[in-house]
Write a protein that binds this ligand. Structure first.
Ligand code: 13P
Length: 254
């Protein structure tokens, strides 16, 4: 298990200049004085600059890293609407989510595309948070393990020894935004499978953080984060409420 847990908020397509400012100010003022875990917020691309500007005048934001929610599979060029990894780097991004199930589902992202995005992020010095997870139908058909292993295998195959630099997020699709959380035991079982797969690919698998995501909230975070292979959380809805997100951060003491 890696040393420090990572609590990352995925704001998804929510927010406004005013709402973000209020949320970031509330987070900054409530952050633990002594950092107990790594914290990040993955904001919509247009608001990366807002975070960067606020961090200049609000030193308490130092304890929170910036992340994007996606990155292009291409380095630059005629790809209208895309945002490259080097652009994210310009705005101080430390992380980029890749392969979120909402992008796989609504934007038809394939395992190969997700692997290419991971490569672009790593090449720019950005830590990709690679999301994997099964749908309800896949779980009911007993395919959970094969689905997540297939999704992670594509990323391992494309990234070779750099694989120890990624963060993995296990997000069962049926648990996202539904209020249905995997039990700590269900989540741990899948995390152990992912850890074993990483161990077969790198000697440094123990330093790869494997996050859980899917209806993690202030009430259930502690029991999920207590599991041996759960190294943090990727939090959607609850990351939009400062008090809830801060409670999850406090639950991530190693
Ligand atoms: P919820 O926490 O809203 O279920 O979202 C999880 C998620 O998709 C994080 O990326």
């Amino acid at each position: 298990m890696s040393v420090k847990k990572l609590i990352a908020g995925n704001w998804k397509m929510n927010g406004s200049l005013a709402a973000n400012e209020a949320l970031l100010r509330a987070l900054a003022s409530g952050m633990p004085v002594q950092s107990v875990c790594a914290v990040a917020v993955c904001v919509p691309a247009p608001y990366l600059a807002q975070f960067q500007a606020m961090a200049v005048t609000l030193p308490a934001l130092d304890g929170i890293d910036l992340g994007a929610q996606d990155v292009s599979a291409k380095a630059s060029g005629a790809y209208t609407g895309e945002v490259s990894a080097s652009m994210l780097k310009d705005f101080g991004c430390r992380y980029a989510i890749v392969g979120h199930s909402e992008r796989r589902q609504y934007h038809f992202e394939t395992d190969t595309l997700v692997a290419e995005k991971t490569q672009q992020a790593l090449a720019a010095g950005i830590t990709p948070i690679v999301c994997v997870g099964e749908t309800l139908a896949e779980r009911e058909a007993g395919q959970t393990e094969s689905v997540v292993k297939r999704q992670l295998a594509a990323v391992i195959h494309a990234n070779g020894h750099c694989i120890s630099e990624i963060v993995v997020a296990y997000e069962p699709v049926w648990a996202i935004g539904t209020g249905k959380t995997a039990t700590p035991e269900e989540a741990q079982a899948v995390h152990a499978v992912l850890r074993a797969q990483l161990k077969a690919a790198t000697d440094h698998a123990d330093r790869v953080k494997i996050l859980y995501g899917g209806s993690m909230n202030a009430a259930n975070a502690a029991s999920l984060l207590a599991q041996a292979d759960i190294d943090g959380g990727l939090i959607g809805g609850a990351s939009l409420k400062a008090a809830d997100f801060l409670t999850i951060i406090a639950a991530a003491v190693v």
